[in-house]
Write a protein that binds this ligand. Structure first.
Ligand code: ISL
Ligand code: CA
Length: 558
């Protein structure tokens, strides 16, 4: 799979990469499949589900962290980069997973969490032992303010100050996430060398690449108050590229909440020697309140959503590459957030998949999205497990928010919406475990589960499988240029993809009621029905009636 690098016929056009036509599937190991009944998903569970993933047709699995960790943030706090967390399995099992996946044409992406480590990582244990310990400079230490308080007002992403005092050595250390996730000091060349060594050790085991956690933060200049886009950020990424994956044909994707279309090209421009692509979050954060963030969200606005996608499609049209996603392990469920999970759970989930997968870029499916899993109806804070949700609950209540108001916000946006167990079947605990799951299953597993989805050829699952296969058989879906239409229409998303005389026309309703659509003459065409969620449509006419959340794509040649 990784060696199919060939070139487009035209000169000057993007060199083709295997990951251009690939679809990535994200697994959150803790919640995917439990093979030993301890209630926690594990590598054995993943190996057991490879046939399912092969049926779906995906090319790459992005594994959320599986490394040894005290699990303060479910593995995004690593205490040993070169070992597997015992609750997930062993290195031997990991190697077996890589081999078994490769046999099915599937590559494994590891989650590289190198902005910070766990406070139990031996580097931090050493660093805090004394001010002159050789590992002290692996982390970011500052003296207390003159009054003994925190060195600056910087806040942690999980709420509260980003500084914690280490009483033994009398200095504060920086943690942009929990106090158990101290930030590494990337200005220290020894830190960078250790990380590159570790990355090569994994690359040598045959992985297909890395997803890079909050990678825009590694160039931070703390005293200048600069977190993302620090002066040396791109020097570090270019150095990493040279020292590790540069000569290897792998996929690298950086998580960059700060990225704008301009800065994106610095990360993934083809001559930059940095990353294959990044995750940008404009379509996510445009729904967040300016001061309360995601805990107070704005109503759905299709015009704004389309404008954002279109802007990114255009910005990376000639250089760079987009990653396409609705959800991940930090975000609400796609169908609950962008579709209608009550009245049109199947039709709206299919429409979301169609508009996402037919854009230009590499699509990412978050586990369960392919069967239309929804947000959870937890009613009590005791049901939540996520450190961010629990911290924000405490802080919000201290600030005067009512309990039920917080729960309402959490129902919409808590990271646990994405983290309830994968719904495999109608069996107890959704077939995820025969023990007690670490977080409750969504009670709708009796209707929404993989067993039922695989058996029903009209399911959201088979719709995804079809989209993944279409990308493989149609270059126009991979490389075609993108143009949007009816930008101001509040209920429909319409775009075309064009490549060498082939055109795909995508028309999608986001309305829960039927609607009459007037289409401009240039869109009218007749051809082949590629994908649909009601009945096949092979003709785009000037006037069309769309059913609730109806969507389809028509392929025209010549
Ligand atoms: O989830 C968030 C917003 O919905 C953020 O607070 C989140 O922490 C941010 O997206 C960065 O995420 C990444 O790094 C975190 C980890 O907790 C997340 O799971 C990870 O995706 C710290 O490693
Ligand atoms: Ca287990």
């Amino acid at each position: 799979m990784q060696d199919v690098t060939h070139h487009l016929p035209q000169a000057g056009v993007l060199p083709r990469k295997w990951w251009h036509s690939a679809t990535v599937y994200q697994i959150y190991p803790r919640s995917f499949a439990d093979s030993n009944s301890d209630g926690i998903g594990d590598l054995g569970g993943i190996i057991g589900k490879l046939d399912y993933l092969e049926k779906l047709g995906i090319d790459v699995i992005w594994l959320s962290p599986i490394f040894r960790s005290p699990m303060d943030d479910n593995g995004y706090d690593i205490s040993d980069y070169q070992d597997i967390a015992p609750e997930f399995g062993t290195l031997e099992e990991f190697d077996r997973l890589v081999r078994a996946a490769k046999d099915r044409g599937i590559g494994i992406l590891l989650d590289l969490v190198v902005n910070h480590t766990s406070d139990e990582h031996p580097w931090f244990v050493e660093a805090r032992a004394s001010r002159d310990n050789p590992y002290r400079d692996f982390y970011i230490w500052r003296d207390p303010a003159p009054d003994g308080g925190v060195p600056s007002a910087l806040q942690s992403n999980f709420g509260g100050p980003a500084w914690t005092l280490d009483p033994a050595t009398g200095q504060y250390y920086l943690h942009l996430f929990s106090r158990r996730q101290p930030d590494l000091n990337w200005e220290n060349p020894k830190v960078r060398a250790e990380i590159y060594r570790m990355m090569n050790w994994w690359l040598d085991r045959g992985i297909a690449g890395f997803r890079m956690d909050v990678i825009d933060l590694i160039g931070k200049q703390v005293d200048a108050g600069i977190l993302s886009d620090g002066a040396h950020l791109h020097d570090y990424l270019q150095e990493m590229h040279r020292e590790t994956f540069g000569p290897r044909d792998v996929l690298t994707v950086g998580e960059t909440w700060s990225a704008t279309p301009g800065s994106a090209l610095l990360y993934c421009g083809r001559d930059r020697g940095e990353l294959s692509m990044i995750f940008q979050f404009e379509h996510v954060t445009q729904r967040w309140d300016e001061s309360f963030g995601k805990w107070r969200s704005k109503p759905f606005d299709l015009v704004a959503l389309k404008a954002s996608f279109t802007k990114w499609q255009q910005a990376l049209a000639a250089d760079g590459w987009n990653s396409l996603f609705w959800g991940n392990h930090d975000l609400p469920r796609a169908v609950s957030r962008y579709g209608d999970d009550r009245r049109f759970p199947v039709q709206s989930a299919k429409t979301l998949a169609t508009v996402l997968h037919l854009m230009k870029g590499t699509p990412y499916i978050y586990q369960g999205e392919e069967i239309g899993m929804t947000n959870v109806p937890f009613e009590r804070i005791s049901e939540y497990r996520d450190i961010e949700t629990l911290n924000m609950h405490r802080l919000s209540l201290e600030a005067g928010l009512a309990e039920d108001a917080f729960i309402k916000g959490a129902n919409e946006n808590s990271r646990d919406n994405a983290r309830t167990p994968m719904q495999w079947s109608a069996a107890p605990q959704a077939g995820f475990t025969s023990g007690t799951p670490w977080i409750a299953v969504n009670p709708n597993y009796r209707q929404i589960n993989a067993d039922a989805a695989v058996r029903n050829e009209h399911s959201v699952f088979h719709h995804h499988a079809k989209l993944i296969a279409l990308r493989k058989s149609h270059d126009v879906i991979v490389y075609g240029s993108y143009q949007s239409f009816l930008d101001q229409h509040p209920d429909v998303f319409v775009y075309t993809r064009v490549l060498e005389g082939e055109r795909v026309t995508v028309i999608a309703s986001f309305s829960g009621t039927p609607l009459e659509l007037e289409l401009p003459g240039e869109l009218q065409t007749a051809g082949e029905a590629l994908i649909w969620n009601y009945s096949p449509v092979s003709e785009v006419r000037g006037r069309m009636t769309l059913q609730p959340y109806e969507s389809f794509a028509v392929l025209t040649r010549g």
